[in-house]
Design a binder for this molecule. Structure first.
Ligand code: FAD
Ligand code: UDP
Length: 404
């Protein structure tokens, strides 16, 4: 059948049981679940000209499959999330590896026993590794924050080296902040690993959709009960009614096409933007992507190289490693991070996690908590740093709750 696209002006709202804003994993999984398990007639509202959220991929001019909103590698320990995505396409095994470009020398990231040998030489590395094993145990992951807290002078030296050569400049580029200024959970995503394992992730299930992510979404949204409107913003569809004129007055109802909509509304966009940023905009980091195609089979030694001490971009990804595509050409992508200050032109990619921003977000969240049929879900609407698998898990959990 294929995805049923429609024009919002042709939608008869009496024939819609649930509205979902956004067609990333949060939106697409809940749409499918409500349509399939509860027989709901679902309308998906998406402001981009395509489905798939940040996972959207397509062939570029050279025919190379590229990710348009940042490189996405699927990895999880959540069996349910993995089984769920496997329903919608074939998957290929892929285990991502990352190297840090350290003044032209490559160090495996997460920094591990192999990185230690390259940086310090075999003999010194053996001594330092023994010390790390004595302190933390073998095959253990240690955060850079934890390592920097060690009093032992040799451990302090290792910590300093890794901090300066792996975390400091990369974090400054990515967040405009030093590692001390970002929430510890952010740098903890990439630990120091007392191991020879060069993989970026150690999750039990890792892979990539064999034909790309876009077909996953096309298959997920291909259901007789789902219709999708592209190029339309929630703000133009929803007419918000508040309990009073007070700035902090909670929502009383959401009207769509001049009538109160009583069915579930799952909102996966930025929560502040729904309220026209009345309490000020929530801070995010945005990214610019610069692509380059070469008449060569390959240009990088692995899927991603992080530039941890030089360059003004953070990392370069060569998609063919991720996708397994064969071609005599290859395309790479550089990522440049900057603050998000123009919703008209930029995309909010990363919530900036800290106490002030969490409180700022809660003020918006409080506007919605009184409205039982309104469900903020996803990386943007929950203002969190969630990976795809977590979003899929949360979408399935919300669907369980709604389906009952
Ligand atoms: P999104 O994918 O952002 O989808 C939200 C959708 O809502 C978008 O399509 C948007 O256009 C739409 N929308 C927003 N506002 C409105 C509105 N007002 N009206 C209508 N539509 C609206 N996770 C991993 O597991 N592995 C990775 O390797 C990985 N790499 C990443 C790399 C980058 C650069 C980034 C930024 C993220 C990465 N992630 C990765 C995280 C992953 O992108 C998220 O977990 C995932 O996108 C969350 O899905 P979502 O549906 O919540 O949000
Ligand atoms: N990080 C770093 N150097 C690296 C890799 C990661 O400093 O080589 C820090 C940086 O602050 C980054 C965070 O760890 O934002 C999380 O990295 P991850 O690769 O998980 O980021 P994402 O893929 O989500 O952009």
């Amino acid at each position: 059948m294929g995805v049923q696209y429609c024009d919002f002006k042709d939608v008869d709202i009496d024939e819609v049981d649930a509205i979902i804003v956004g067609s990333g994993f949060a939106g697409a999984v809940t749409a499918r679940e409500l349509a399939e398990r509860a027989g709901k007639r679902v309308l998906v509202i998406e402001k981009r000209p395509h489905i798939g959220g940040n996972m959207y991929d397509e062939a570029d001019e050279a025919g190379i499959l590229v990710h348009r909103y940042g490189p996405h590698i699927f990895h999880t320990n959540d069996q349910r999330a993995f089984d769920y995505v496997r329903r919608f396409t074939e998957w290929r095994d892929y285990e991502h590896e990352v190297l840090a470009d350290w003044y032209g020398t490559y160090l495996p990231v997460p920094f591990n026993k192999n990185s230690m040998e390259i940086a310090f030489g075999e003999e010194k590395a053996a001594h330092l590794t023994a010390k790390l094993i004595d302190t933390f145990g073998d095959e253990r992951k240690v955060t850079i924050t934890e390592l920097r807290e060690q009093d032992d002078p040799e451990l302090s030296k290792i910590a300093d080296f890794i901090y300066k050569n792996v975390f400091l400049y990369y974090t400054q580029k990515q967040w405009g902040l030093t590692p001390e200024e970002v929430d510890p959970s952010v740098t903890a995503r990439v630990p120091v690993f007392v191991s020879r394992d060069n993989r970026y992730f150690q999750d039990a299930f890792q892979g990539m959709p064999s034909y790309g992510y876009t077909p996953v979404f096309e298959n997920m949204l291909d259901h007789e009960n789902i219709r999708v409107c592209l190029d339309i913003e929630a703000e133009s569809v929803f007419d918000l009614e508040f309990q009073s004129d007070d700035e902090d007055a909670p929502l009383a109802a959401i009207n769509v096409k001049n009538q109160v909509f009583h069915g579930p509304i799952i909102y996966t966009g930025p929560l502040d933007e729904l309220f026209l940023s009345r309490f000020g905009r929530l801070p995010y980091r945005s990214l610019d992507f610069v692509y380059e195609t070469f008449d060569k089979e390959s240009v990088l030694p692995c899927g991603t190289v992080n530039f941890t001490v030089t360059e003004d971009y953070t990392r370069i990804t060569e998609f063919k490693y991720l996708t397994g595509q064969e071609s005599d050409k290859t395309t790479i992508m550089k990522e440049y991070s900057h603050s998000y200050d123009d919703p008209g032109k930029q995309i909010p990619y990363y919530a900036i996690i800290n106490e002030d921003n969490a409180a700022h977000y809660e003020r918006y969240r409080a506007l919605t908590s009184s409205l039982e049929n309104f469900h903020p879900l996803g990386r943007l609407a929950e203002y969190r740093y969630y990976n795809m698998d977590v979003i899929i898990g949360r979408a399935l959990a919300l669907a369980d709750e709604l389906v009952g």
